[in-house]
Design a binder for this molecule. Structure first.
Ligand code: F3S
Length: 460
């Protein structure tokens, strides 16, 4: 009987790819993934630790699994293995805090998962204690040859083009967890994309911590250090623009979607590339975090309000029919009423097609953690409410502007589809007739809207 593995994958799409890589390696070693965690010989929980709510969810999931094992005699021998950003971030403390966990896997051990599972199955927690395999700094990056068992639907996939982050945003812990930026080679990504297209994938979502920084880590070795705000010249090295052009030239009917771009690394070359590549979705995910110069400086975002406004205008002018998705952080330490008002006005004026707002979360190990002028929680809530209400109003206006439009959509599941303007698991849905085949393209016309979602009828 092969070893049966249960898996719970939390956190973002980058973590999901790590889960897929672990499953690929386990499958190569003859182990089987089963949907029913109760029956698993080993249950892997791939965790997130970005902000408090994510940490709470991860710890809660681990404790739930430990309790379920204690209460269910059939699970008595089950091994619980914790992987991902929680075990990487809290590598020193976690084994002491969660002694019921049989093994901890760091970000660089995902390709060793099969041997870690085997070793864990042969150990006794009471006698041997937890197996801790986490190494200090994350340096790993996958390749097109890396075994991977996809967890997304047949028609869509994430593709990790780089790992790590060189930014020092003062609120963010991710560079400390995921390490310095390292890009894959363009060739490796293109080969993986070809494989995905051959499997029937119709939407490739390019991800990393900062997709716009793709290739730039290697340029420094070429003596061509990029200037973050003046755009880049890809003649001397690989860049997101050169990658998009090569992916766009691949045969097949598919979309390429760009997620997690950083405003500091956008260039006119990238804007022109998107405009000229019909397979690249008219959709840009660009977390801006704030618009006031004061806040952007405190957050160490390497941009200012004028730069951001100018960039957004160049994007809108250069890429017809573009949908811009962004997120902001409200109530960062030191945020004044003027900063808040400026953000509120900016959201009202600019009318982002897609917009999200998060309350600042104080994270140990970040620069902002030590700041003293934290915003009172009542003010935080009030500001969050005000911004959310403006965002909701803009979303309705945007949806109203879609009425009567003809859209090409990808049918996600029975009765639900997405257009180029909707990223999976992030944006709204389009309700379509249930007889449209799942995983296929369809032509529809928007007839109505409900909140963030659209309703459409088939044109086929
Ligand atoms: Fe993603 Fe959470 Fe790690 S957001 S990078 S899984 S800390």
């Amino acid at each position: 009987m092969p070893t049966q593995i249960g898996l719970i994958s939390l956190g973002c799409a980058k973590n999901l790819i790590d889960s897929e890589i672990m499953l690929g390696h386990l499958q190569d070693e003859g182990m089987t993934l089963i949907p029913d965690a109760e029956l698993a010989d080993a249950l892997i929980i791939n965790t997130c630790s970005f902000i408090d709510v994510a940490k709470d969810e991860s710890v809660g999931t681990i404790i739930e699994a430990v309790n379920a094992r204690q209460e269910d005699p059939a699970r008595e021998k089950q091994k619980i293995i914790v992987a991902g950003c929680l075990s990487q971030r809290f590598q020193k403390d976690l084994p002491g805090l969660l002694p019921e966990v049989d093994a901890f896997i760091g970000l660089d051990q995902i390709t060793d998962v099969a041997s870690i599972v085997r070793e864990t199955l042969g150990r006794n927690l009471e006698g041997d204690g937890s197996l801790d395999t986490v190494t200090a700094k994350s340096r790993y990056i996958p390749d097109y040859t890396t075994p991977r068992f996809r967890l997304t639907p047949q028609h869509m996939a994430y593709l990790k083009i780089a790992e790590g982050c060189n930014h020092t945003c003062s609120f963010c812990i991710i560079p400390k967890i995921r390490g310095q930026h390292r890009s894959r080679t363009q060739e490796s990504i293109v080969r993986e994309a070809k494989g995905l297209i051959a499997q029937g994938v119709k939407e490739i979502n390019l991800i990393s911590q900062d997709t716009t920084y793709f290739g730039m880590d290697k340029w420094q070795g070429l003596g061509n250090r990029p200037n973050p705000t003046s755009g880049v010249n890809s003649e001397k090295g690989e860049s997101l623009a050169s990658l998009l052009r090569e992916l766009n030239a691949l045969e097949g009917d598919f979309w390429i979607r760009l997620l997690y771009t950083h405003p500091a690394h956008w260039s006119d070359e990238l804007i022109e590339t998107i405009a000229e590549c019909p397979k690249v979705a008219r959709y840009v995910d660009i977390p801006l975090q704030h618009i006031s110069d004061h806040m952007l400086k405190e957050m160490n975002r390497k941009t200012d309000g004028k730069y951001i406004r100018d960039l957004l205008q160049r994007m809108r002018d250069g890429i017809p029919d573009l949908s811009i998705r962004t997120t902001f952080i409200t109530s960062f330490p030191g945020e004044t009423q003027e900063d808040h008002d400026e953000l509120l006005e900016f959201i009202k004026e600019f009318k982002f097609e897609r917009c999200g707002i998060f309350q600042y979360s104080k994270e140990e190990g970040t620069r902002a953690y030590k700041k003293e002028d934290h915003v009172h929680h009542a003010t935080k809530k009030k500001r969050h409410r005000e911004l959310s209400s403006v965002i909701d109003k803009v979303a309705i206006e945007v949806n109203e502007s879609q009425l009567g439009k003809k859209l090409r959509v990808l049918v996600e599941e029975e009765g639900i589809a997405r257009s180029m303007w909707d990223a999976p698991d992030i944006d709204g849905r389009i309700f379509v007739p249930i007889d449209l085949p799942v995983g296929e393209w369809a032509d529809v016309m928007v007839t109505d809207h409900r909140g963030y979602d659209l309703i459409a009828k088939s044109l086929d």
